[in-house]
Ligand binder design. Structure first.
Ligand code: DSN
Length: 431
């Protein structure tokens, strides 16, 4: 019996149930993945006890010698992984990393340009319900009817808006980005270029997608999606540059580098103590992603999503943009006579986890939607290959065609249980 099991059986049992759910369900949420036991152990370590405001070698508290070592490991490994000049591994989440970008680059009321949430963007890219849309003048570009970003439209918008910042990046866009074209537009209108690579970061690290680091001035990410690390965020700069706002260091009068502005924006700008246990787990995950095996993983993620998109189309589904370049497939369910909400609920009851999602030019509310978003990062970690993904598509199709049929649901659950037993996941409750 573990210590937690005897000391707090209610929490222990809840964790045990979640282990069971993850082990025997089909995890298709595009932003989720399964971390290794080493990542879990680092994240569950006693570094959770430590306060370490500041940066390695420049902390505000004593006793940080090992926190320094582990954060330096995380920073060095991240720099090696993405071949960049500078990184800050302290953001607690992708949203925190993005907040630091706004704090460094914009003043309240300043204009920026990002991908419309309804066309695949993210809340922190200017949604009216997020600080980014409340405090700044958010403007949007979208996708065309073919589901792809039209660079001519981006340019037109940029010339009209004259943003101080242009963001790239999305939470439900299945295509790769033309970073060079974005950079040339940013240069033309005198804007900074920021890429939020939260979704495809692992595929970018493995170099199976275009690399934004040579083009974007600033790159942010989460560490837990395709990158397969602990839940957290990070900011990177390919080549550090003198900040274009002329902000100077207090004593020397020297113009501060962009990296200095971003470091100060993370702390003390918007966070207190970093989560040293999470930084330790980030270091472990980055080392895993540096191994040759991770490239095979990323390639398999891509192959799996490509076959998923093709199989859905063969079954008569509309796949937004007609396919995928990354880990993500966005289904337009309008021709299947079911809303995204109802599809999510029906699939959930058959142990298939997806999320309802708006499709471009959506006519339903975000609580109902006409689509679902699926991703292959988590199932690929389990070992699923193309033929398994074809089976998964058939299971999803059976549920969507008969969302309230209990016998279909029960048979699908049995088939999923068998599939999951073929690819065991966690054989422990606590790492
Ligand atoms: N919630 C994440 C996603 O699912 O894409 C983004 O923050």
């Amino acid at each position: 019996m573990t210590h937690l099991e005897s000391q707090d059986p209610l929490v222990y049992q809840t964790i045990a149930h979640e282990v069971e759910r993850q082990n025997f369900g089909l995890e298709l949420i595009a932003s989720e993945n399964f971390v290794s036991k080493s990542v879990l152990q680092a994240q569950g370590s006693i570094f959770t006890n430590k306060y370490a405001e500041g940066l390695p070698g420049r902390r505000y508290y004593g006793g940080c010698e090992f926190a320094d070592t582990v954060e330096e490991l995380a920073r060095q490994r991240a720099r090696d992984l993405f071949q960049c000049d500078w990184v800050n591994v302290q953001p607690h989440s992708g949203a925190s990393a993005n907040a630091a970008v706004y704090l460094s680059c914009l003043k309240p009321g300043d204009s920026f340009l990002g991908l419309d949430l309804a066309h695949g963007g993210h809340l922190t890219h200017g949604s009216p319900v997020n600080f980014s849309g409340i405090w700044f003048n958010a403007n949007y570009y979208g996708v065309d009817t073919d589901g792809r970003i039209n660079m001519d439209q981006v340019r037109e918008k940029a010339i009209k808006v004259k943003p101080k910042l242009i963001s790239i990046g999305a939470s439900s866009y299945s295509r790769d980005f033309d970073y060079q074209a974005f950079r040339s537009i940013a240069d033309e209108v005198g804007s900074l270029l920021w890429m939020d690579m939260a979704h495809p970061a692992g595929l970018i690290a493995a170099k199976v997608l275009n690399d934004p680091l040579p083009y974007a001035h600033i790159v942010t990410t989460t560490t837990h999606k395709t990158l397969r690390g602990p839940r957290g965020g990070m900011i990177l700069i390919g080549r550090d540059f003198e900040n274009p706002f002329g902000k100077v260091a207090p004593k020397s009068g020297r113009v501060r580098k962009m990296s200095e502005l971003l470091d100060s924006a993370v702390f003390p700008g918007m966070q207190g103590g970093p989560l040293v246990h999470v930084i330790a787990a980030k270091a472990v995950a980055f080392n895993e992603a540096l191994q040759p095996e991770f490239v095979n993983y990323a390639l398999q993620v891509q192959k799996n999503s490509a076959i998923m998109a093709r199989s859905f189309m063969d079954q008569g589904y509309d796949v937004v943009s007609g396919g995928t370049d990354n880990h993500l497939v966005l289904l337009d369910l309008r021709n299947k006579n079911i809303t995204g909400k109802d599809a999510e609920i029906a699939l959930q009851s058959a142990h298939i986890t997806v999320n309802k999602n708006m499709i471009p030019f959506e006519e339903r509310s975000p609580f109902v939607t006409s689509g679902i978003r699926l991703g292959t990062a988590a199932l690929t970690t389990r070992g699923f290959k193309e033929t398994d993904i074809q089976d998964v598509v058939h299971l999803i199709d059976r549920v969507i065609l008969a969302p309230s049929d209990e016998s279909v649901r029960n048979q699908v659950k049995k088939d999923i249980h068998a599939l999951c037993e073929t690819y065991p996941l966690y054989d422990f409750v606590l790492a």
